[in-house]
Design a protein around this ligand. Structure first.
Ligand code: UT7
Length: 321
């Protein structure tokens, strides 16, 4: 497959670290030095569906195609207001697409999993043009009422989308899952039936920060190493490492592992925080629109998240600005 269009949409409201000190016992200095995050954008007037629609419309326009040409639509989303129907079904009607669609829930690694599925569909001759949307509002999983400073400072909302079609951009891809449900989890309450004894309460996002950090670095380094070897690419020949935007210290640890200079690791986490699976397609869209991606450039992408899931891929970029 190859990427032929990118798009993204962010909520209007930018929430600074300073603004968060009103709600949490934290400081700008702590958040910056531990994570690199300065602001994050949170949904206020707009909904996640609005952002998803906007990101898709921009990607479709950028690809120069009619929405009706899309054969399949894959949406990566951990949770939104709708439990059912899938978010892709709601967005599909609003963007004028008519193809089958489904959602995947692979936490922050959703974009890599979606690329993997898209590649398989294209290879199998099941689809020619696939729309991928990653739309997330992880800020809504956090414990704002309980003033939990450990998670609420990390996340931001946003949406990123790409259109892919037949091509040779994807050189290698890997996905991995290790069942570690206790390192990062969020439970929402379901309607109880009269036949249950104990009813599970809603539990806001819980995280073993150090556990996530360690697992993220280990899995990402392993995945990056694997896809580089499979594509027969030397780290020196990689132009850009487009990594999941969770924490600059995690990005730095991966950078040390591959022994490459900081200029090869673009970031926007300082502006948006961790937008879960949307982070890579949002960054990709920014780089593309700023003219920083040139045909022939060697890219590596890598993401990790709750599950524990991780994935990486090597892509030879072919799109003109
Ligand atoms: O997509 C995956 C999403 N998750 C992640 O990426 C998280 C990965 N983990 C991390 O990025 C880091 O573990 C954190 C940034 C979450 C935390 O950094 P840390 O260096 O591991 O800090 P810590 O958890 O060891 O906490 C150090 C101190 C503690 O105080 P004491 O026990 O030393 O007195 C915490 O209570 O910092 C305190 N602390 C805070 N202080 C101010 C925890 N959160 C905050 C906060 N503001 N927001």
């Amino acid at each position: 497959m190859k990427i032929i269009g990118t798009g993204s949409a962010m909520p209007e409201l930018a929430v600074t670290n300073e603004m968060l000190t009103e709600y949490f016992d934290t400081s700008d200095e702590w958040i910056r030095s531990r994570t690199g995050i300065v602001t994050r954008h949170l949904c206020s007037k707009e909904t996640l569906i609005d952002l998803g629609v906007e990101a898709c419309q921009k990607a479709i326009e950028n690809a120069g195609i009619d929405p009706k040409e899309i054969d399949y639509f894959i949406c990566s989303n951990v949770a939104n207001n709708y439990v059912t129907p899938a978010m892709s079904c709601v967005v599909q009607g609003k963007i004028g697409a008519t193809c089958p669609c489904f959602d995947i829930s692979c936490a922050c690694t959703g974009f890599i999993f979606a690329l993997d599925i898209a590649e398989s569909f294209i290879k199998a001759g099941r689809a020619k043009k696939i729309l991928i949307l990653c739309a997330e509002e992880p800020s809504k999983f956090c414990d704002w009422k309980g003033h939990d400073r450990t998670t609420s400072i990390l996340f931001g909302d946003g949406a990123g989308a790409v259109v892919v079609t037949e091509g040779d951009d994807l050189q290698s891809i890997c996905t991995a899952t290790t069942s570690l449900p206790d390192v990062l989890w969020y439970k929402h309450a379901m309607e109880p039936t009269p036949f249950e004894d104990g009813i599970e309460e809603h539990v806001p996002l819980q995280m073993d920060g150090k556990g996530v950090f360690r697992t993220a670095v280990t899995s990402s380094c392993k995945d990056v190493d694997q896809v580089l070897k499979e594509a027969n690419v030397n780290p020196d020949d990689v132009d850009l490492f487009v990594l999941h935007q969770a924490n600059f210290r995690i990005i730095d640890a991966i950078r040390n592992f591959v022994g490459q200079p900081a200029e090869k690791f673009p970031t926007n986490l300082q502006h948006y925080g961790n937008t879960s699976s949307a982070s890579i397609p949002i960054l990709l869209d920014e780089l593309h629109r700023e003219g920083k991606l040139k045909p022939g450039m060697q890219l590596v992408m890598s993401a990790f998240g709750a599950g524990f899931v991780s994935g990486a891929c090597c892509i030879k970029w072919s799109m003109e600005k």
